[in-house]
Design a protein around this ligand. Sequence first.
Ligand SMILES: NC(=O)c1ccc[n+]([C@@H]2O[C@H](COP(=O)([O-])OP(=O)(O)OC[C@H]3O[C@@H](n4cnc5c(N)ncnc54)[C@H](OP(=O)(O)O)[C@@H]3O)[C@@H](O)[C@H]2O)c1
Length: 175
Amino acid sequence: MRIVLIAAQSLDGFIAKPGQPGTAFTSPEDKAHFRTVMAHFDVGVFGGETYRVSREAIRAQTAGRHLRVAMTRSPERYATEAIPEVLEFTRAAPAALAHELRTRGFRRCALLGGSQVHSLFLAAGLVDEVWLTIEPLLFGGGTPLLAQPTDIRLELLAMEKLGANTLLVKYHVAR
Ligand SMILES: NC(=O)c1ccc[n+]([C@@H]2O[C@H](COP(=O)([O-])OP(=O)(O)OC[C@H]3O[C@@H](n4cnc5c(N)ncnc54)[C@H](OP(=O)(O)O)[C@@H]3O)[C@@H](O)[C@H]2O)c1
C-alpha cells in the first residue's frame, strides 16, 4: 500500500497558525486540489487532534468513497461516532495499522496530519511520498509539519503552481 503524506503549510513550515488549530489559512486553490486528489485515495489516516479540530468537516464527509481512520490512544471514547468502513478509530501503531489496511485491500493511503501522526509514520519508514502545498504565508510559530526531529532525504518528483502564489511540491522519500 502506497502512503502519501499530504499537507498544506506556511512558507516557514507550519501546518496551523499559533493558537489557531485548523486549516482555515489554506487557499481556495489548495482546498480544490485537496478535494481532487482525495478521489484517488481509498483511505485517509489522521491523528486524534486533527479529528477533534475538524470533527464536523470530517463527519460531514462520511458519505465519501474512502475510509477515514483516526489514530487515538482512546478509541473507546469515540464508539458512538465510529462507522465501520467509513470512519474508524484505532490505537494501532503505524506499522500495525498499515499492515491491517493492506490486508483489508486498501492500496492508496493519504496521511492527513497532524504533525504527531506525520512523525510517527515517517519514523516507522512508512511514508512513500510527501505532497506539500506551500502557501505564501509566514507564521513564525504554530504547529510544525513534524513533531519530532528527523533526518530524511527526499527526491523531488514534481512541482506545480496551484494559483498565483501557491505552490504544490511532490517528493519521493529516499530509502
Ligand atoms: N495544514 C494541514 O495540512 C494540516 C493537516 C492536518 C492537521 N493540521 C493541523 O494540525 C494540528 C494537529 O496536529 P497535532 O500534531 O497536534 O495532532 P495530530 O497528529 O492530529 O493528533 C495527535 C493525536 O494522535 C493520537 N496519537 C498520537 N500518537 C499515537 C499513537 N502512538 N497511537 C495512537 N494514537 C496516537 C493522540 O490522540 P488522543 O489524544 O485521542 O489519544 C494524539 O493526541 C491541528 O491544528 C490541525 O488542524 C493541519
